[in-house]
Design a protein around this ligand. Structure first.
Ligand SMILES: [Zn+2]
Length: 123
């Protein structure tokens, strides 16, 4: 079902890949609560996601520069594409709207999925 379809309903929960035993190479698929977007945030229904060396380091707790060790249940992945399904307070001021196709970069930012506007860094 398309997220731009008027009949699309945001689920209360959804499946996610989580680090179930941080410090070891282990993941699990769990049902997690769908978050509400906060101020200047948007909720995105991902259609594509990737896993990179950063995800592996977070799962294995090898990045000592992070403020705290990874907790069990941390959702993995930090790059993806999808469509905005809900706007948080104030996010409409950025020019995005429900149904826009956007990309997600490290750690929590979104931009239009238009290639001409894609961020140049390679995380
Ligand atoms: Zn990455």
């Amino acid at each position: 079902m398309s997220t731009t379809d008027a009949t699309f309903t945001i689920p209360k929960t959804h499946k996610a890949c989580v680090y179930d035993q941080p410090g070891t190479c282990s993941i699990a698929i769990r049902e997690v609560t769908t978050p509400e977007p906060g101020p200047n945030e948007v909720l995105i229904k991902l259609t594509h996601t990737g896993v990179c060396h950063s995800d592996y380091a977070i799962m294995m707790n090898t990045w000592k520069q992070l403020p705290a060790p990874t907790k069990p249940g941390q959702v993995g992945g930090h790059e993806g594409l999808g469509r905005i399904v809900k706007l948080g307070e104030g996010s409409e001021k950025t020019g995005v709207k429900v149904g826009d196709r956007v990309g997600v970069k490290w750690v929590a930012s979104a931009r239009s999925a238009n290639a001409a506007q894609a961020p140049a860094n390679g995380s």
